[in-house]
Design a protein around this ligand. Structure first.
Ligand code: ZN
Length: 394
């Protein structure tokens, strides 16, 4: 049991002075010292460890709705194709450890080989490896030859797409992920071009419906975005070429946008000199210009936003996930809205009701920061302490 004493608490409910008591993996009390002392006494916690957080701020651990645990930020993703599954698994373990130490306490893996990320989630839950809680999609469902075909499950036609989606559910997927358009990192794929058809996307979301499993679509181009939204997708990933009409459709239906600004920045800021393939850099530079407009449309229309980074793509490292918070503020989100995106919104998108707030009954997934992140968004970047499921991990 821990008592975080003498600081402030910041979450979607605002910033206020409060102590926080943590036991058995949960937050058990938040309030003045008398309230917290009562909770401690009730639990007979002679062994409660007092942590002085005076002058500091306790906030929810971040939720990243889009990572690839098997990828390590190397410049040329295609060099990972020939590696063994074992090599990819060890890399995933070290990525997950880096993420949790940076204050990221929940991640959603949107595409790894086979059951790698699903198994990683079980390994974290069992305490075999250190890491955030992992929700995962299993394999991406893609058209034959489409974006990410080297590790996705290729499927064509509604019946095959439905079967591919059901295979992931059978393997234990927490979310289903498909490719609605081409991408930046697959050579030859045109970034914005539609891939799965409206009929295939409808079969995909239909497969998820009986279990109310969230669905995610990788989509850059506006046609692919609209196809996915019309099919009832839960979140549009990247959404780089989102136009006004797409933004309004998303706002009206409550479709989340996961912008993954870190992915574009990682490619554009490093470039060919850093070893990123020319084709990917050219596509990313083109995309970066349109991405500014996408933000304008999304903010004007009021599209709900959930934080995600696409961690694992070139120069997009797991230990740097919290930088996405500052990127989102650069694009026009308030620090309060960025907090909301990485906590309650991401939790809602993932279907979790026990994370995203500093409140009694929630999982003790907490970070201790030097400053109030709703005043200084950079405060997320170097937490003084991290608690994951009540255990201090940093
Ligand atoms: Zn991705």
């Amino acid at each position: 049991m821990y008592v975080l004493r003498g600081g402030r608490v910041a979450d979607v409910a605002g910033t206020r002075e409060a102590d926080v008591a943590v036991a058995d993996g949960e937050v058990v009390a938040v309030g003045d010292s008398a309230t917290v002392d009562d909770a401690v006494a009730e639990r007979d916690a002679g062994a409660a460890t007092e942590v002085d957080v005076g002058g500091r701020v306790v906030a929810p651990g971040l939720i990243d709705a889009h990572v690839h645990a098997m990828m390590d930020g190397r410049p040329d993703v295609s060099t990972a194709v020939s590696e063994s599954d074992y090599a990819a698994s060890y890399r995933a373990a070290s990525n997950l450890e880096a993420a949790v130490q940076a204050g990221v306490t929940t991640v959603r893996d949107l595409g790894s080989r086979g059951t790698l990320a699903l198994d990683a989630g079980e390994a974290v839950a069992a305490g075999d490896i250190d890491g955030p809680r992992v929700l995962a999609c299993g394999r991406n469902v893609i058209m034959t030859g489409g974006h990410g075909n080297w590790f996705g499950r290729e499927a064509d036609g509604p019946a095959e797409v439905r079967k591919a989606a059901r295979e992931q559910l059978k393997a234990g997927a927490d979310v289903l992920k498909c490719m609605a358009t081409g991408g930046v990192l697959t050579e030859g794929a045109v970034t914005g071009a539609p891939e799965l058809t409206p009929e295939e996307l409808a079969a995909f979301t239909d497969a998820a419906a009986p279990t109310d499993t969230p669905t995610a679509a990788h989509a850059h181009g506006e046609v692919g975005i609209k196809n996915a939204v019309e099919a009832g997708i839960s979140s549009v990933e990247h959404g780089t070429f989102m136009d006004r009409e797409a933004a309004e459709m998303m706002a009206e239906r409550g479709t989340y946008w996961v912008p993954t600004a870190s992915a574009l920045r990682g490619i554009v800021d490093n470039g060919v000199e850093a070893g990123i393939p020319e084709d990917a850099v050219a596509k990313a530079e083109d995309a970066a210009e349109r991405f500014d407009d996408a933000w304008d449309h999304a903010l004007d229309a009021g599209v709900p936003i959930a934080m995600g980074t696409d961690a694992g793509t070139p120069f997009n490292f797991f230990e740097e996930i919290p930088r996405e918070m500052a990127h989102m503020v650069d694009y026009g989100l308030s620090p309060e809205a960025a907090l909301e995106a990485a906590t309650v919104n991401a939790a809602d998108l993932l279907g979790l009701d026990d994370v995203g707030r500093v409140a009694a009954g929630y999982r003790a997934d907490l970070v201790v920061l030097d400053a109030d992140p709703t005043e200084d968004v950079e405060a997320w970047q170097d937490p003084d302490a991290v608690f994951a499921r009540g255990e201090r991990v940093n």
